[in-house]
Design a protein around this ligand. Structure first.
Ligand SMILES: [Zn+2]
Ligand SMILES: [Zn+2]
Length: 395
């Protein structure tokens, strides 16, 4: 177990303030880069002015020919395996994904560099306040956690994702149903569905379908914190965005993630096909086969902002995360056993109380207690007391 002793790969490539030589970082409140010492606004040169998308056909070549990111330091978490990028002037002490302190400096892996960044909009203080509010509304969270939440140090993390654009279409076969009402011999009405074979084709264009590129940000966290605006609020990647934050390198490559994107697109095409059947005058639909095709697929690698914290409680580690752009929050928290027992007990007491109240007849006579006092076998005796041949159904 070694603390990261990180070498500057290319510290010289990050911008320094031309006025005072200070460090330059992204300022959430003004949405610009500023010198951390003299606060002057600095123009940061990015490799490109635009956030471009690339054809998926050329992915493998870019992956092979990619070079390690310059201007950042890297470390590997020995607990979750995540590769962490961070500002070359800082040291990483804990893994922002899993909270482990078992990280070591490492040589950066090459590959496809992130194309764009969705910058943070919410600062750490604001995020902490949002978490305080959130946990205070969680009734089953133990009181001790509510008091000590601050120990789960909040860390700003850029999570790697891929976005995909595609023109898709799908041929489908299925059935459309029409319901009709029939009257049975018993005079009662019921509905029956007549099914007819239907086939057709549906089209849909996708723009910036987001797929998480991290194996370590688990539990569908990105989907739960979505949406992230990767269309209108994205900037070309620059190392200066990492100042004060960590970022993770992708651990699910652009082709693996594309398989997940295709599944998502197919699900949407499937519901389009269902709607298509309904638009043909049927009231029910079912799909038997769907063959989606994906054309003009482009992708880009992006970093999306998230605050994550890990706190230990009762020998377990719990995590929570906040969307750094919108403030949306999601987390797991331990549930207090005494509080749950108290709630169950209170519920049962309420139930018995109500049963007792409703069992009182108008005179306040306790019918419930009277019924409870009756031996259960008396009911059986009543049945056997019926005269022979009596028709139970008509009595
Ligand atoms: Zn300065
Ligand atoms: Zn980790």
């Amino acid at each position: 177990m070694t603390q990261a002793n990180v070498t500057d790969h290319a510290a010289g490539t990050t911008t320094v303030c031309p006025n005072c030589g200070g460090r330059v970082s992204y300022d959430i409140h003004s949405g610009t880069f500023r010198c951390e010492s003299c606060r002057s606004e600095i123009q940061v040169e990015t490799a490109k002015d635009t956030v471009d998308e690339y054809s998926i056909d050329g992915y493998s070549m870019r992956e092979r020919e990619g070079k390690p990111l310059t201007g950042v330091s890297t470390a590997i978490c020995q607990s979750c395996g995540g590769e962490i990028y961070f500002d070359a002037h800082e040291t990483a002490k804990r893994c922002p994904m899993c909270g482990s302190a078992q990280i070591r400096a490492d040589v950066a892996t090459s590959g496809v560099a992130p194309e764009g960044v969705v910058p943070f909009r919410i600062d750490a203080q604001d995020a902490q306040q949002r978490f305080r509010k959130w946990i205070s509304r969680r009734w089953f969270a133990p009181n001790r956690l509510k008091k000590t939440y601050g120990e789960g140090r909040l860390e700003g993390l850029y999570v790697p994702c891929w976005t995909y654009d595609a023109d898709t279409c799908a041929d489908y076969t299925g059935q459309g149903g029409r319901t009709r009402t029939v009257r049975g011999r018993d005079g009662k009405t019921r509905t029956e569905i007549d099914w007819y074979h239907v086939s057709g084709r549906v089209y849909r264009s996708f723009n910036d379908l987001l797929v998480c590129a991290s194996k370590n940000v688990t539990g569908g966290l990105v989907e739960k914190l979505a949406p992230f605006d990767t269309v209108n609020n994205i900037r070309p990647f620059a190392c200066e965005y990492l100042s004060g934050y960590k970022a993770e390198r992708y651990s699910i490559d652009g082709l693996q993630a594309f398989e997940r994107a295709k599944e998502q697109m197919a699900r949407e095409l499937n519901s389009d096909a269902e709607s298509d059947i309904l638009s043909k005058g049927y009231s029910q639909s079912r799909i038997y086969s769907l063959s989606p095709r994906f054309r003009d697929v482009t992708y880009k690698g992006v970093l999306v902002p998230m605050y994550a914290a890990h706190y230990g409680y009762g020998g377990q580690t719990y995590s929570y995360a906040i969307n750094g752009q919108t403030g949306k929050i999601f987390g797991r928290y331990p549930k207090s056993v005494p509080k749950i027992l108290a709630a169950v007990l209170a519920g049962l007491l309420l139930l018995f109380g109500m049963m007792y109240l409703f069992s009182m007849d108008d005179d306040g006579h306790d019918a419930y207690a009277a019924a409870a006092a009756q031996p259960a076998y008396q009911c059986i005796q009543t049945v056997s007391d019926l005269p022979d041949g009596a028709d139970l159904a008509e009595s």
